[in-house]
Write a protein that binds this ligand. Structure first.
Ligand code: NAD
Length: 298
């Protein structure tokens, strides 16, 4: 298939490479010259602009940071036209960014008016999952549009869930990430307590991983440097999932909780802890660096 891929960050770049490896014809773009050069060197055909990826595209995929970027890309922003007007009727748009469900619905409705189908398909699995092609997709959209997307999603992910109508993928995603944000802080708190008592971080991590406190952070994403070679913590918290992106997701969860009158006390506390961590200058570091808030300063 001919696929336009827009957004070559920590997640989008490796996802696009997996589509290329699977034999699809790609045309990709990112606003950042650094990202463009990095993935051009890895073999991705790079277009001159987002609009220039669209020639011959049967499927358009976007993987951008937040709601404003997705709305700006498709519908336009600050006098700049969006690309939706240039997407041919009959094309399928898959937005895998984590954004507000209301924005997914707004863009999908505008697309539908032009005869363009759109699904929201946010992901979980981290950069490791993006590279390995084992992401979990949480899809919002019609059965028919999901079935059109499935062969492409299968080249980037191992699990594909249909959460409901357009926007439902985003709602599932913010529930998951609220839990992830909370469990990373809980895991950090327990590890910091053990280390403050002189326990070996590797031994303590293994004890908890195999005990009732076992969780995804202990399995795949230990927040202490040196415990897990592949985790962002062991790479000075570079790459991975930025603190500011986690902060955005926890904000989306709180906005949603207000709208439906849900009680999310730990989600609210977690949002404030990541906000304080970001204000301390750590917004660009991987979110597992939140453990710095809880560690004794050297
Ligand atoms: P990132 O910041 O690494 O990459 C986003 C890329 O989008 C950047 O390279 C940026 O230059 C580009 N961009 C922004 N606006 C653009 C535009 N209008 N046109 C073209 N390119 C544009 O972010 P990421 O970590 O790849 O995350 C992308 C999305 O996936 C976010 O919504 C995030 O919350 C979500 N997500 C991330 C992870 C993770 O582990 N990093 C996991 C699951 C979901």
């Amino acid at each position: 298939m001919n696929i336009a891929f827009i957004g070559l960050g920590n997640m989008g770049g490796p996802m696009a490479l997996n589509l290329l490896k699977a034999g699809h014809t790609l045309s990709a773009f990112d606003l950042s010259p650094v990202a463009r050069d990095k993935f051009a060197a890895a073999g991705l055909p790079i277009a001159a602009s987002a609009a220039a990826t669209l020639a011959d595209a049967e499927i358009v995929i976007s993987m951008l940071p937040a709601s404003a970027h997705v709305e700006g890309l498709y519908l336009g922003r600050e006098g700049q036209p969006g690309i939706l007007a240039q997407i041919a009727a009959g094309t399928l748009v898959i937005d895998s960014s984590t954004i507000a469900a209301a924005t997914s619905r707004k863009v999908a409705e505008a697309a539908a008016r032009r005869g363009v189908a759109m699904i929201d398909a946010p992901v979980s699995g981290g950069t490791g999952g993006a590279i390995a092609g084992t992401l979990t997709f949480m899809v919002g959209g019609s059965d028919a549009d999901l079935e059109r997307a499935r062969p492409v999603l299968e080249k980037m992910g191992a699990n594909i869930f249909h959460a409901g109508a357009v926007g439902a993928g985003q709602t599932a995603k913010i529930c998951n990430n609220m839990l992830l944000g909370i469990l990373m802080i809980g895991t950090s708190e327990a590890l910091a307590l053990g280390v403050a008592n002189g326990l070996d971080p590797k031994v303590l991590s293994e004890i908890m991983r195999r005990s009732s406190g076992g969780n995804w952070a202990l399995e795949k994403y230990n927040p202490l440097p040196g415990v897990m070679e592949t985790a962002p913590a062991s790479k000075a918290y570079a790459g991975g999932f930025g603190t500011d992106l986690m902060l955005k997701d926890l904000g989306l969860a709180q906005e949603n909780a207000s709208a439906v009158h849900a009680a999310t006390p730990l989600g609210g506390l977690a949002r404030n802890l990541y906000a304080a961590h970001s204000l301390a200058g750590h917004g660009a570091l991987d979110f597992s660096s939140v453990i710095k808030l809880l560690q004794k300063k050297a």
